[in-house]
Design a binder for this molecule. Structure first.
Ligand SMILES: CC(C)(COP(=O)(O)OP(=O)(O)OC[C@H]1O[C@@H](n2cnc3c(N)ncnc32)[C@H](O)[C@@H]1OP(=O)(O)O)[C@@H](O)C(=O)NCCC(=O)NCCS
Length: 193
């Protein structure tokens, strides 16, 4: 067994035991705060290299930290709340392995959350961090009291790894939508918590 990883043979409520043959890495989640803002953005730059994504992430991160200042912008975008975390390998480590978030929208019932800006930094991929991060985010969502977790992805080739994982965690496909000026589709998924 490699250092820092554990094989998880246990059946647990997050993924109904589907995980028995998968790698899982230990992670520590930390809420986004001003002191890790810069390093979090640096990580997202490497996870989501599209410039337009970067602008959206930076804005979302800022709004999550000071919602009272951005009240009208949040309302304009139909957002009720934003909460983001970064994942490190341990409490002491400052190297960011991934990012995750829970977003709620004004048009949804209050029990519905969306997985927002979820991803693993390239050097940490393929080692079980994505799985651990998703599992931990699902636990957070349950603890907060949400009963549905939704997400959307695209059919772009770089998101194939994510599609497989979401399938595995029982995120059911609920719909698709054409993306204007693109050959890709948006795929919507939902998991009952
Ligand atoms: C999707 C992503 C989070 C996976 O993170 P990761 O740390 O590599 O994932 P893990 O090592 O925990 O593997 C989880 C599962 O992902 C899938 N997966 C991982 N790498 C894969 C690859 N190269 N090809 C196909 N599937 C892959 C597998 O189902 C894997 O489970 P298994 O190996 O146990 O069967 C990561 O690739 C990523 O951040 N991608 C870019 C951003 C993104 O697409 N975010 C999600 C959409 S917003």
């Amino acid at each position: 067994m490699r250092e820092g990883y554990e094989s998880s043979a246990s059946v647990n409520s997050d993924n109904q035991g589907y995980e028995h043959h998968h790698k899982s890495a230990r992670i520590k989640l930390r809420g986004l705060s001003p002191s890790i803002f810069g390093s979090a953005l640096d990580a997202t730059r490497r996870i989501f290299p599209k410039v337009s994504d970067q602008q959206d992430i930076e804005e979302a991160y800022r709004m999550s930290l000071e919602p009272e200042i951005f009240e009208s912008e949040l309302k304009k975008q139909g957002i009720r709340s934003l909460k983001y975390w970064v994942a490190t390998k341990s409490k002491k480590s400052h190297e960011i392995a991934g990012v995750t978030g829970l977003e709620t929208m004004l048009e949804d019932e209050p029990e519905v959350a969306w997985l927002g800006w979820f991803g693993v930094t390239p050097e940490f991929r393929g080692k079980g961090f994505g799985r651990s991060l998703l599992k931990t985010t699902i636990s957070k969502a349950r603890t907060i009291g949400f009963d549905k977790l939704r997400l959307w992805t695209t059919t772009a080739p770089e998101e194939i790894a994510a599609q497989d994982m979401y399938e595995d965690f029982d995120f059911r496909l609920t719909g698709d939508e054409e993306i204007p000026n693109s050959a890709e589709f948006k795929l919507y998924r939902e998991k009952t918590l």
